[in-house]
Structures are given as structure tokens and as C-alpha cells.
Design a protein around this ligand. Sequence first.
Ligand SMILES: *[C@@H]1O[C@H](CO)[C@@H](O)[C@H](O)[C@H]1NC(C)=O
Ligand SMILES: *[C@@H]1O[C@H](CO)[C@@H](O)[C@H](O)[C@H]1NC(C)=O
Length: 432
Amino acid sequence: MPSFAVAALLPLSLLSATALAAPHRSSPPQVVRLVGQAPATNDVTLDQLRERHADSFARLANAVKRGIQAPSAVEKRGSVVHVPLKLHYNEYNGLDAHAAEVSIGGQNLPVLFDTGSPDLVVPVDCKFGCANGFFNTTASPTFVKDGGDVSVAYGTGVATGYVADDTVRVAALAVEKQVFAAATQLSTAGGENWAAIFGLAPGGGAYTGGPSFIQRLVQQGSLARNEFSMSLKSSRPELVLGGVDRGFLQASLITVPNLGAASGIWLAGMGATSVDNKVVDGTVSYALIDSGSSFNSIPRSAAAAVYAATNGTLWKTQRMAVAGIEADVDIYTVPCEPSSTSGRIGFTFIGASSSTPVSMSAVSNVLEYVDDVASESCFGGLYGANVELVPGSGMQGALLGMPFLKSVLAVFNFDDAANGVSMAFSGVRMPK
Ligand SMILES: *[C@@H]1O[C@H](CO)[C@@H](O)[C@H](O)[C@H]1NC(C)=O
Ligand SMILES: *[C@@H]1O[C@H](CO)[C@@H](O)[C@H](O)[C@H]1NC(C)=O
């Protein structure tokens, strides 16, 4: 299958799990979850979901500013911890996923760090074929089953199980009694190189009751700075908890307010789209920053303008889910060996500290070969789709996933109580 099969990885905005058949512990009031490519267990239509969750959607539209308060009494003396990531590519060089080993109850498991979802979801006592491992509950003396049932829905499937806790360790940082979803069923049973999903959305713990690992670190003052940063650049991919690796910075950081703080997601207001610093489209959109998505999506007119300027060709318009919303999606092909010095695709963000576009290289936008021809053509990682991510907002939705994060250093900060949780991006000037 061509790239849209790849594309379905984990588009993830958050939609209250009440739409799913299985029981759950609590329905998260602030969280918006959009379910797409409806899993087999979900016989509710997308329209019904949107209707049911109109309130949550409206809340997101209002983008109420409410950050996660840093504990002011705690003096910052915590750590900066580097977590090397392993990238997994598809047949060309499109980034499919990234993973890192994390210890849960003393057992190491590869996890996908997902800025698009709120909870740690761990397959346990696997009876459904977990190629990349699972957590053995009886082998951990510190494991506690908290009891409540839980269901976590992703754009590509659903995890069901129960709420549990155990000691979770990421590199040198350990949190005891960290709550997580122990998944006994997982319709997307891991990826190519990961077994568990490690949610890093600001509204952590939306399904399990939380707080999430990152929230616990913030609350405990465990971090040197209340932020984490991610770079998926192939030379040295890593997640940094508590700061930024200055070695990655090739341009100054551009700070972007998080419009999704109240809804527990990382959401930027996106303004103009440019190619090589020249504006090609001015459609305004809400962009979900999702490290669990293997593709980007922007409004159709913006994508068309980008590909007109970068030698792309419309391959097909395909019905598929973007951030959980079904839409007609324009998929383009691009040269597999694009120019390394031109064709940089840039975005400017609303309320940002600079109007300089944050750019991704043309190379980062190449996904994988179009496999039905021995061609020189590859799929572009940027799709065109008109989706209303925030219903009622009258604004288009966008999704910035791995192809974008391959080109930038992204910082996710929990400190800025006045402006809501903020993000910062530094674009690359050159690929690699
Ligand atoms: C889990 O661990 C227990 C105790 O170490 C062991 O007896 C059991 O076989 C393990 N279960 C699986 C499914 O690996
Ligand atoms: C588009 O094609 C032209 C002509 O072959 C080439 O000069 C240019 O660098 C290409 N642009 C990109 C972004 O690849």
C-alpha cells in the first residue's frame, strides 16, 4: 500500500472516550478526541461523535488560556535528561516512528513518545501478539491494579484495559506509582519498533485520571526547566526532558502560544504557508503538533500552492482520516531526490515571537516510493485536506507530525501560566 497506509499511524487529537463501547473510568471534561478510521469496536458515526462532543469542540474553539501551573514554591534544581531515540524508516526515508526504551516496573519496553495523546498505554500480559514486547504484571513486585476499566481511542484503533500503576523510569528520571492504562486489548498492537505509547500531551492523564509522567515531573520540580524538547533529525534524534539541547539550535527559537492548553493538546494557530520564505498561501488553520503522526496535513489550497512551487504532482484524492476526521485528502508525489537547498516549506504561527517562517526541508517532506511503478516518484509527507479540527471555529485544521518534526527542534513548555502552555520551534536552514 502506498503512503496513506503508513499515514494512519497515530493521528491523535483527543476525543472523549464516551463514544466507545467499552466502559471507562471517567470521561475527561476538557479533552477533545476525534476518532477517525473508526475501530471495529466503534459503531458510532463520525457525525454522531462530533454532535456528542460539540461542547468540547466549542471549548477548544474558544482556546481558553489555562496553563498547567508550575509549582512556584519549588526551586528549580532538577535535571536535564537526554533520551536517545531510535528512528524507524519506511522503504525510502520516510519516518515511520521513533522509539526509546523506558522501564516500567523494572521491565524495559520500547515506547513511542506521542505529543498527540495524553496517557501512557502499556500492553500487559499479552495474548494478542505483541511483537515488540509487553509488560508482565506478575513479574513486577511494585505493580498495582487500580481497578477501573479504561478505553483509549486513537485515530487508528483503540486500547482497552484497566488503570494500573507502577514505577516508571525514563533514563535517570523515575516516578513511583505512575498511573497508566494497562491494555489487554490493543487494536493497533504496537508499531514497527515500539510496544507502548507514551503520551506527552499537556492534558496528561485524560483517560487514566492522571497525572501523567511529565505532569508528575513538573509538579515535583524534577526538571531543570518545566519543558521537554524533541528533535527527530536523523543525525542525533532525541527527547530532552527538562530543557533544550543547544547543539540542535540552528536558528533562534520562535515561541508559539499553545491554543490547545485548555483542551490538553498542543495546538498552534497557523497563518501563512511559504516556500523558500515566499508566501504561497494565507489560509489560517489550527495545527495539532503530533509526534505520533507519520504525515503532515494542511488545507488543500495551501498544499496545492506548496507543491506548485516544489515540483509536486497531485497523485490522487483519497478518502481517509486526518487527525481522526474523515476527509477527501489530496496526496502528492514529489521527486525522491529533491533539491537540498531549495523547496523549504515554511509556516508562520499566530501570536509567535517572530514572523519568520519555521521551515521544513524538501528532503524531510519525502515519504516513500510510489510502489506501483519503478519510478523516481515518492509520496510527499504533506497532504492537503480541509478538516475542521475545531468545529464551529470556522477555521481549517492542520496536523504537523513527523515530517515536520524531522526538520525542527520543537520545545513544549509547561511554565507560561499567563499565556497557556507554550511551544517553540526552531526551523532548519539546511537538511540533515
Ligand atoms: C510472567 O512472569 C512470571 C513470573 O516471573 C512467569 O512465571 C510468567 O511465565 C510470565 N508470563 C509471561 C506471559 O511471560
Ligand atoms: C524543481 O525543478 C527545477 C527544474 O528541474 C529545479 O531547478 C528546482 O530546484 C526544483 N525545485 C525543487 C524544490 O526541487
